[in-house]
Design a protein around this ligand. Sequence first.
Ligand code: FMN
Length: 244
Amino acid sequence: MKITAFNGTHRTGESNTAILIDHFLQGAAAEGAQTEHVRLAKAKIQSCTACKACWQKTPGKCVIKDDMSTLVEKFTSSDVVVLASPIYADNVSGMLKTFIDRLISTGDPHWELDEKGESRHCRRYSKPTKLVAISNCGYPEQSHFDVLRLYFRRMCRNMHLELCGEIYRGAGALLAGGVPEFSEYLSGYLRLVENAGQQVVQQGRVSETLAEKLEAPIIPLPGFNQIFLAKVNQIVDAQISKIA
Ligand SMILES: Cc1cc2nc3c(=O)[nH]c(=O)nc-3n(C[C@H](O)[C@H](O)[C@H](O)COP(=O)(O)O)c2cc1C
């Protein structure tokens, strides 16, 4: 099984999204999957110009000369793709969205009705068949992923993909051990993320039991969000006074 993760963070160095991807892929690789972590920030990806050449003139191929031809090849040769992004303004990052827009070349221009009678484009390629969504955000509540939960469902319907796992984590700064007081809780959570990678290879999807555990608070302390908020504000003040 080939699993390729496309990371939409705009950060080229350390990244909280990368930590989630690496643990997920580590679990998948331990079960024998061939894995790759692609950082979109290191690629040249221009915006789709809506010229429709990929549907009419050069079917399946985009005429823009940038890194998308290599990325599309990685996408359509994978059994499972991971689309991962930090939350930017309540949504995926602009970079991941630009990448997703350019995947229009992988669709067939003809339309069909799905099993519920709703329109979508026909399939052009047989792969990928499954998608795993990964995201993290700054705020601690899991409600900040509401837009993504709907977005990835709609995307999977449109692109004929099964959404076989969702890993969303608030208070993303904790993932890199950014708040040392809470780092002791981290390893248990990251093991769950690895388990998700294992399950996608072993049984084709993340189980409901594991999905529930992945949504539970990482830091099971009463009033944690308030404590985290105060900590964040301390860090913000310290950073500002360092620059001033
Ligand atoms: C442009 C921008 C917009 C952001 N918008 C949100 C937001 O709407 N909600 C939120 O909780 N965090 C938001 N964040 C914070 C990031 O999601 C958070 O720092 C995340 O951990 C970054 O992941 P990364 O290290 O992989 O880039 C935003 C960050 C940036 C740079």
